[in-house]
Design a protein around this ligand. Structure first.
Ligand SMILES: [Ca+2]
Length: 204
């Protein structure tokens, strides 16, 4: 009799845990961080032939990540200038997303590059999502619509990043001067937060 009771309790606990894991990734959640204005500087990562001039659209004013529901994750950067005025070099807006799993840390990078007409490539706004652990793109580079004034805003399906219960994120603005696409961009311009991460968690 006692063994049956234990089995029933274990079954109830497992069912509750399964419901928690299935339902919580659908609960709306919001996280944001403000960043100092006029703190963007071109920090060199690779040796290049030129330095980009710091522009208002390199400067993050605030960053946010919101889970609207189980199918929409909204990533936003408010900037000090209009990113549609980007000229000369590729400007890249990035969110790095981290969360633990039973088999180790999972990391995804959401990459939103803008190619100005001067580059003569596929100009305009694009998105790609990279699975850093598997070292492969879950979303290869594809074209997206224009950004609204002073804002980067992309909406992704959380299933693309494994639909975690919670995660930590950090956002970056980078510039690529050399057309070398098998490595990160050449300059870091701004980040938010600068030296830490923000937690997206549905119960705050
Ligand atoms: Ca800033």
């Amino acid at each position: 009799m006692r063994i049956i009771n234990v089995i029933v309790v274990v079954a109830v606990v497992l069912a509750a845990l399964a419901a928690f894991i299935l339902l919580v990734p659908n609960v709306p959640a919001s996280s944001s961080i403000n960043d100092r204005i006029n703190d963007a500087v071109a920090v060199r990562i690779h040796e290049t032939g030129a330095d980009p001039l710091v522009q208002p659209y390199h400067d993050i004013v605030s960053a946010s990540v919101q889970r609207l529901n189980g199918k929409e994750l909204l990533l936003t950067l408010e900037l000090a200038g209009d990113p549609n005025f980007n000229t000369l070099y590729e400007t890249v807006y990035i969110w790095v997303i981290d969360y633990p799993t039973v088999t180790g840390n999972q990391r995804y990078t959401v990459i939103v590059p803008h190619f100005p007409p001067e580059l003569g490539l596929s100009t305009g706004w694009n998105i790609a999502i990279f699975d850093n652990r598997a070292e492969r793109y879950v979303v290869p580079l594809k074209s997206i619509g224009s950004m609204t004034e002073n804002k980067i805003e992309v909406n992704i399906d959380p299933d693309l990043i494994g639909n975690p219960l919670f995660f930590w994120w950090q956002s970056f603005v980078m510039v690529r001067v050399e057309p070398q696409f098998d490595r990160p961009p050449d300059f870091l311009m701004d980040s938010a937060p600068d030296n830490s991460t923000v937690l997206l968690w549905p119960f705050t």
